[in-house]
Ligand binder design. Sequence first.
Ligand SMILES: [Zn+2]
Length: 997
Amino acid sequence: MHDDRTLVEARLKRVLTERIRPAVYPESVPLEVGVWHAPGEPVPVAEGLAAPREPIAVGTPWGPPWGTSWFTVSGTVPMEWTGKIVEAVLDLGFNPDKTGFQCEGLVYRPDGTPVKSLNPRQQWVRIAGPAEGGEEVRLHIEAASNPVILDYHPFLPTQLGDKETAGTEPLYRLARMDLAVFDKTVWDLVMDLEVLGELMQELPVEGARRWEILRAIERALDAVDLQNVNGTAAAARAELTGVLAAPAVPSAHRISAVGHAHIDSAWLWPLRETVRKVARTASNMTTLLEEDPDFVFAMSQAQQWAWLKEHRPEVWAKVVKAVATGRFVPAGGMWVESDTNMPGSEAMARQFVHGKRFFIDEFGVDNEEVWLPDTFGFAAGLPQIIKAAGSKRLLTQKISWSQTNTFPHHTFLWEGIDGTRIFTHFPPIDTYNASLRGGELAHAARNFKDKGVARHSLAPTGHGDGGGGTTREMVARAARVRDLEGSPTVTWETPAEFFDKAEAEYPNPPVWVGELYLELHRATLTSQAKTKQGNRRSEALLREAELWAATAAVRAGAGYPYEALDRLWKTVLLHQFHDILPGSSIAWVHREARRTYELVTEELNGIIGTAQRALAGEPSGGTLVFNGAPHARHGVPAGGAAPESPAAAVRAAPRPEGGFVLDDGLLKVEIDGRGLVVSAYDLRAGRETVAPGRAACLPQLHPDFPNKWDAWDVDEFYRNTVTDLTAADDVRLDGVTVVVERSFGVSSMVQRLTLAEGRLEIDTEVDWHETEKFLKLAFPLDVRADRYASESQYGHAFRPTHTNTSWEAAKFEACNHRFVHLEEPGWGVAMVTDSTYGHDVTRDVDEHGTTTTLRVSLLRAPRFPDPETDQGAHRFRHALVPGAEIGDAVREGHFINQPERRVPGSAPVEPLVTVDDDAVVVTAVKLADDGSGDVVVRFHESRGGRVRATLRPGFPVAEVVTTDLLERPTAEPERPGDGIAVALRPFELVTLRMKRA
Ligand SMILES: [Zn+2]
């Protein structure tokens, strides 16, 4: 037979595009349209519905950036449409090539009931089917004219990302406002032809199945009368029933489709717009669930559910009803889909506490699945937290974005720093916005790396971020590929149903140990420095506020600020969302975040001050030092207060060759005439810290213009060009502090270097006005280390200092929390920081041997999506700690983040709990969230070893019980004797709940 394959394929494409798809709406009449342009920020729904309308014609421009317009459409169903399916087709001026990220609408009935959303790929509203002629139609649309930020030429700087700079020119043009007849048979024919045509493209040309489909499509096209598509569609469909009925082969890959809309909690729009995006998508999905009995939709991020409950009760009511059917599923168990690299121990834990608690309280749903499709890498501390929260499974897709290495598994056990293993799945479909097209399904089956031992994968299906979620077309495709020869099978399922099957079929999956490093978006550890500082500071203040408020409650009978702490935690957790804390949102988001962190700081300082005053009693002339850190400091116990004691003296003197020498008896530091640290001599160990012939505390400036994703990415070639900022405008002594002033480019820097208890404290102020530059602070260290430690949640993770393989080479920028530590046997160095996260570590070998250079990342200046990223004044605090063992790194890391506070008073305050071994770090002391007055203490082994210790409550305890992170008992309560014996494995995390006697 002659090969006419390409001819038939081209025919299918043209006939579908030019004749069959246009016949879905064979008849239409225009609707009358009125509009009210809300003058400022969005108004409540009732106000928008009631506002007076003025007429507006199709074709009229509307919508300044970030504006809201309330449209009302009205008309009458023509008498001759009786019995037909009628829909409103409402095109606000969409660009259908983009699935969201532009104008959007939510449609309401006249009584204010939400109906569904309007998006580029979902422009219809069902009016009636079958219709009655003469029926009056009236709908309201709350339309948001959100600007397109990520345009066709992406990553160009734009002023549209903040209402204050975006201008007022209308962005959209009203395109179509019609009432139309919907021909369901033609629409089904479109679906049949799309599914078969796409499947055919994926099948081997040598196989019979491909040709059977081709011939059936040809017969169907023959049956279509191009001048009467609507009259002949049924006959065309009949030609396809045979090939659509052929069942899947037994070895077919099995895809669990989960309806989903990945809605970033803020990104290229402000937080307030996310509230509306969620309302639109949730309305859309409750309507789709009513129309299709098989469809399942999963919505993650408890915060987004809470927004609905608070701001959109009419949508919330529909969602609550849909959840009761079991097909609108609360997914995951976190407050938001947060970053997981940067959130500290307690914050990471609280993401689960508040996320899970919301779903439990509202719906009785306690998920075992963690849903993080889009987060930019996964810290090795996370598995233990997932388990401690009562979950055991993780889904993410993001690692497929890695630029260098291909991850070897799609289903595996992920092992964290403490040995906890979590059953993890990466959907091989490689997208969290699947649409179930033939190409995607075939890719998932081909790509799945666990073939032969496993058969199931998951497909998060739907348009996110304002695309409205799953479409009826996706549902129609799923129905056709449920059991179809040549295709993977597709079944709508909940995440839990998928994981049940995946776990059952794969009892011994492979294991991946350590962090899931994303080989992309590495600059998210540095961009938007103030957002990152706000997070770090807030985390430290929340710890202190809970500690002192709990202590004041138990010791002084003070009230415990349950409501404020709950609200402030949720605010901080929200800002850990994976486009806020990483610094990848528009200017508006980060401007608001800076303000929010200021308010959080103010309120938490208020709570701390009130509690400390209650504890300090009446001022009597002295000064009490409160130590909120988990280790004793200057004679003040951890979590207690004591009168101030004098600090050790530091001597400062001029250095004969220029510069100054600082000496505190433990450390002797030489700062040269350039203001650089040329020696840091550990007097106890008799050992130099700085690499021979090098200088530390050296600012280095790189050009930084990545190929894509400016705020997200730093590309490896940035290292090829570097300027050492060695020129100083002034190096002077101020008391026992060396002050170094530099200017470079259009920026300037002032550093203050001083000693305290054997550490070199570095206070860096930068007035930053560079464009597309990366500022680092380099510390070449005379240490030979094959690996180094950086703090993660409840412990630390190691990374190699070499680049033997592409896996190590790709980690050229990595994350630390409070410390980075590197050592040789017997001697090490720590770098601790109060606010930075990004760093790199490299090794050099010269005639002196191997040295290791640690560089902390201070500032970047990308221009997309915020064209003014990081411009202005910044302040960072770091300390270099020569001679530090890992336990010293842990302790100093807490100290720099948890400064002492001085309060008038003289009576010491005993800690609520003490532990007799510094390896045990208490991360939280608080009252139980249930208001019972129980004291909750969370602690972990911090050095990677084993420890036996005794924890002593400083108050009468009736009984003590271990709990999960949600403070739910996991064992039988016991009566404590003289202290509570604890035996911890490396990095083991424990939560105790103590009932007060
Ligand atoms: Zn995202």
